[in-house]
Design a protein around this ligand. Sequence first.
Ligand code: NAD
Length: 556
Amino acid sequence: MTTTPTAGPRPVRAARGTRLTARGWPQEAALRMLHNNLDPEVAEHPDELVVYGGTGRAARDWASFDRITASLRDLAGDETLLVQSGRPVGILRTHEWAPRVLIANANLVPDWATWPEFRRLDALGLTMYGQMTAGSWIYIGTQGILQGTYETFAAVAAKRFGGTLAGTITLTAGLGGMGGAQPLAVTMNGGVAIVVEADDSRIRRRLDTRYLDVRADNLDEALRLAVAARDARRPLSVGVLGNAAEVLPELLRRSAPIDVVTDQTSAHDPLAYLPAGVAFEDWREYAAAKPEEFTRRARESMAAHVAAMVGFMDAGAEVFDYGNSIRGEARTAGYGRAFDFPGFVPAYIRPLFCEGRGPFRWAALSGDPADIAATDRAVLELFPDNEPLARWIRMAGERVAFQGLPARICWLGQGERAAAGLRFNELVADGTISAPLAIGRDHLDTGSVASPYRETEGMKDGSDAVADWPLLNALVNTASGASWVSIHHGGGVGIGRSVHAGQVSVADGSALAAQKLERVLSNDPATGVLRHVDAGYPEAEAVAERHGIRVPMRGR
Ligand code: NAD
């Protein structure tokens, strides 16, 4: 056996256009999407193969990247490449309905599933953290975060405010990588947002990229601007420099007219949360010099921050945790009412999961934005009665700048995903779209994840930690004709805390692709509907019945 010497870090960019560099479009799609994940426009730290989410990588090392690339170029239409934590370990003879790539990332035997053990194995070069869409080659940049946040605020609007946030004020904190999507997501839903941020440079960045409308010089001004916009039912987002652990209690004391409260400071890591009374300039040095003292003070501040959130809840506001563990940290600091308000999944997203609804996404392998514009039009035509979806598609078309290959995301449910996939395939076949599309989704989806602190928090039957469902999801997608399928551990919430699966399928305009898409895009969300039927959600029962999904334990 020979091994080829490999070059180290270098800029990577997916091929564009209609010319194949592999032996078929499913292989070509996997290749382009792997390369796209590492495009400097897309990846956070491409030289280290890190796509997003801390250390979420697309391949284990550069030698593995090169061998995956060479293998995909050479792979036949009846072969399957096996990828073990970012390293290509084998090519086996399968058949044309089988996935061209099967991926397993960061999986550990449960008793060994800890950060220290994972880091030990990672340092030995034996594993890789794949996050969710980094190691499964379907990350599309910040559009995914914006749309998820938009969808969450749309669900808040639907639940409490008659379908729009117009005439309401949302109070939140954190304008970082994820949190920076909050102001735009609120204004896209018609509302007013006040966002507290401790780091001036983050406020400036969000103003520059138009995610944030204006900055206020002080709290009085922030409130004045917000109330005026609310009264005019005009969308507006206002950034204000300050510490959330001080600003929220102060706004509560003033009985500020707040309708919705959440938070996206990086509370999951106490060293990344600025304690009250600590100057921003002293933050890094203090955290590095005295991590234990800093952690204690950060947690005390989070307790004050969460107590103010509970105060707003008691005063009638809609309050939720946005997946950053701030309730857990506040409880650790001794605040007894931290879990009085819910996490965002049980509060708003679970009803969507019951309908098989989740973050459907696709990328134009041509590289041509006109192809995504054609899919946008197709979505608007297919679902004319879905006003929030139409609003998202229109606004995304106007406001979202593509990173890497042009792509689009929107939440679609059971029945809708298959309809969209088949329509897209027709548009590829008749030449309206110039080259095939890769159609996939996040692992944060209806049937593809077990994550008791996030997606499966507070399941009706207590089955939060049961991880059979994502494994069944991956098996079903493999059996249904997906182009590549992945099983990961630890994405989103960290090692030991989640198991999840992904799939990507290719619409190349062929009759075979249509058959595969119809099955995958029906069966993939159906595993989510079944998961929620099994847990006893009546909404899921109704969806299963409407779509003829057979459930043996219900006699069907
Ligand atoms: P980030 O580190 O990029 O940004 C956090 C921001 O909070 C920073 O700009 C920081 O200056 C600010 N901040 C810290 N302490 C503050 C304080 N006391 N007052 C005011 N501002 C303060 O993090 P991110 O990528 O934006 O993620 C935010 C949080 O959301 C993380 O905990 C992350 O794990 C979580 N998250 C949630 C989801 C979800 O699905 N809901 C997804 C990913 C991440």
